[in-house]
Design a binder for this molecule. Structure first.
Ligand code: F6R
Length: 349
């Protein structure tokens, strides 16, 4: 089925695979969108990113990208309220693709009341309107996409603001190289490349019929494991689980040991050339000792030069896998009716 373009086009009628294929160009577009975004004027002692779902994951990726060098903490807030420390020396970035997500809007309003420096990243909606009215910095990205497929458009402006604040070293050339790497990988994993030489299609086939568990080997890939889980939820319409070494060695392993249905789970471990010797040892020992009880377990490796490209290469792989798994399951990756229904009911309540 995965090598039949007509069957894929029929199921993926709204073109999610084509959007995933545009990940590289969207990295460049997202970076360009924030060219004129100002860095906050005063002294900033912490950053809080507010966003939900496909708009919140950019905050998780930003936090992981900044962690190795940033002198100030970065927190991701996935709720409608803010931690009490937020004040005039905090930068709050409200990120909502639609601009109408109630939790993000509530956190954005709370940031204004707390006197924080505020920036908004959105394609429009109430967030864009309120931010303009209040005179906050707004980065506007193109409208009309499923929010989760706009990830590069939402992440790159945050990275550009962080680069302007000198929290990360990232120049135009790094972004161009990253976009080119992702473009090349999209060719390798895209629908035109047949199953026998397509890693993403092969992985989708491996996961088909199993319960997917995605583990990150080290902190850089921890948010990527969450992205795989949420893309498997939203695109493939399956339940999925994620976790990260070394924490999983302090709890999940007991579940693996005791679970009568361990053989229904398939584990994917996200690996990166930046994983340390201790990370590699934990993976090897856990695979041998515990994960042998799963239906299967594989390690998939990042590609590209530099932490950003490597992190995003694994995001891209997971995005493709989730679309192909949707195809194998006979579902359209784009609609997320359960989310729409929930939002409508909550708005009406
Ligand atoms: C839909 C998706 C969702 C949304 C979430 C928040 O594609 O991924 O997880 O991202 O419901 O909505 P926005 O992104 O508009 O703030």
């Amino acid at each position: 089925m995965l090598d039949d373009p007509r069957a894929i086009a029929h199921l993926d009628s709204r073109g999610m695979l084509a959007l995933v294929g545009r990940f590289g160009p969207m990295v460049a577009d997202g970076w360009a969108a924030a060219r004129d975004a100002p860095a906050p004027a005063g002294r900033i002692s912490a950053i809080v990113i507010c966003g939900m779902g496909g708009s919140g994951i950019g905050g998780d990726l930003l936090r992981a990208a900044l962690a190795p060098a940033s002198p100030i903490p970065v927190l991701v807030n996935k709720s409608d309220r803010l931690p009490a420390f937020v004040g005039s020396s905090t930068l709050v970035v409200a990120c909502s693709y639609s601009g109408n997500t109630e939790e993000t809007l509530a956190a954005y309003d709370a940031a204004g009341r707390a006197g924080a420096a505020v920036a908004a990243i959105t394609s429009g909606g109430a967030l864009a309107t309120r931010a303009r009215e209040r005179g906050d910095a707004v980065v506007t990205v193109p409208t009309g996409l499923p929010p989760r497929s706009a990830l590069p458009l939402l992440l790159m402006p945050m990275l550009r603001i962080a680069a302007k604040m000198r929290l990360i070293e990232l120049a135009d050339a790094d972004v161009e190289r990253t976009a080119a790497t992702l473009g090349r990988l999209a060719d390798e994993w895209g629908p035109a490349r047949p199953l026998r030489e397509n890693h993403a299609k092969g992985l989708a086939q491996t996961l088909h019929g199993a319960r997917p568990v995605i583990y990150a080997a080290s902190p850089l890939t921890e948010p990527v494991a969450l992205r795989w889980k949420t893309q498997l939820n939203e695109n493939s319409k399956v339940l999925a689980w994620c976790g990260a070494f070394p924490e999983l060695g302090h709890n999940d392993v007991v579940g693996w040991d005791g679970a009568g249905d361990a053989a229904s789970y398939h584990v994917v471990i996200l690996r990166d050339e930046g994983d340390g010797a201790a990370d590699a040892r934990r993976v090897a020992v856990t695979r041998d000792g515990i994960l042998g009880r799963a239906r299967g377990c594989e390690e998939v490796w990042s590609a590209g030069t530099g932490p950003l490209a490597r992190m995003l290469s694994l995001v891209l792989l997971g995005d493709f896998v989730s679309c192909y798994l949707a195809g194998l399951r006979g579902v359209d990756p784009t609609p997320v009716e359960a989310i729409d229904r929930l939002k409508a009911r909550l708005a009406g309540a």
